[in-house]
Design a protein around this ligand. Structure first.
Ligand code: 13P
Ligand code: SF4
Length: 306
């Protein structure tokens, strides 16, 4: 099958099977085209709550499919590629967080949504990159263990000096590779261009940018303005934007190191295979674990997640 035939076959299979296809913006552009909903981690986790389809195919990484399952346990949730994990979500040992909780009973534990179900179950509240500052500011505790992303945690600390943010050594290998020097060099190469950066990057780079925000916030920033922009996040955002704004001055910072290998494991053929029972992974979660993890996501919604 050529690409167009494969896309058509995917559309027929998903309609026949009553499957909702979700895709994170970091997926290959071809995969985005066959998805019903494209969004960032937060948008995708909420997307299935009021839809009629009983089957969901998540084109993304495992924690995203798990989050859908946590919120919509009655649905069959499939991950598009069995080995698509998020290195950051899997970096921390839950035992370390358990020990921290025992030693610091007065501290809140705040988990970035990019975590495993086990870590969500140990947290008081989840956050996304767009809501982390707002939610942490509303927590009654002054001391907060922020897991797993030390860079997003540092960003929150800079925005909220009244809080004491405690960190563990987790990070996204894609965003963590960005340095202040890379930002300075990109500015020299594109004088006058603005810099939009994801707060998963180290703060030394984030502080040099014109705006810092989640996938959706970066997209909104570029949709609303007409500036030239250097984009410092996973290159799926750039790939999506250049198709929408051909000819506009958009520049991907360090395209090779800003490519998430796990996000790119899903191909169109992989989507077809998952839909036809020849690939993908059905997400199963222990019910006690699912309920425990759900508490921190419900608290995120209560505190004003977005
Ligand atoms: P957001 O989609 O929340 O911006 O997170 C970025 C990311 O790295 C997803 O894996
Ligand atoms: Fe995980 Fe980073 Fe890839 Fe997102 S970009 S899935 S945080 S490794």
């Amino acid at each position: 099958m050529d690409i167009q035939e494969l896309k058509q076959a995917i559309i027929e299979e998903k309609e026949k099977g009553g499957v909702l296809i979700l895709a994170h913006t970091y997926q290959h552009p071809d995969v985005l085209e066959v998805a019903d909903i494209v969004g960032d981690s937060y948008a995708l986790s909420k997307a299935t709550q009021n839809v009629p389809q009983k089957k969901v195919l998540m084109c993304g990484v495992r924690f995203m499919a798990e989050t859908v399952k946590i919120l919509s346990p009655e649905k069959e949730v499939l991950l598009s590629h069995a080995d698509a994990g998020c290195p950051m979500a899997e970096q921390l040992d839950p035992a370390e967080v358990r020990r921290y909780r025992e030693a610091h009973p007065g501290h809140a534990v705040c988990a970035y949504v990019n975590t495993t179900a086990e870590l969500k179950a140990l947290a008081d509240v989840c956050v996304t990159s767009s809501s982390a500052v707002e939610i942490v500011s509303r927590l009654p505790q002054e001391d907060i263990l922020f897991i797993p992303d030390k860079n997003l945690g540092t960003f929150v600390q800079q925005m909220l000096p009244q809080k004491r943010i405690h960190l563990m050594d987790g990070y996204c290998p894609v965003h963590n590779a960005i340095t202040a020097q890379m930002i300075e060099e990109a500015r020299r190469a594109h004088p006058g261009a603005k810099v939009a950066i994801h707060p998963e990057c180290p703060y030394e780079a984030v502080r040099l940018a014109d705006m810092a925000g989640s996938t959706k916030e970066i997209l909104d920033y570029i949709h609303k303005g007409d500036d030239e922009v250097i984009i410092a996040t996973e290159r799926g955002v750039y790939d999506d934007l250049v198709r929408k704004y051909p000819g506009r001055g958009l520049y991907q910072l360090e395209p090779d190191c800003m490519t998430c290998r796990d996000m790119k494991k899903t191909t169109l053929q992989g989507v077809y295979d998952a839909l036809t029972g020849k690939g993908g992974l059905v997400i199963e979660l222990d019910e006690a674990l699912r309920k425990a993890a759900r508490g921190s996501i419900d608290n995120m919604l209560k505190y004003g997640g977005r």
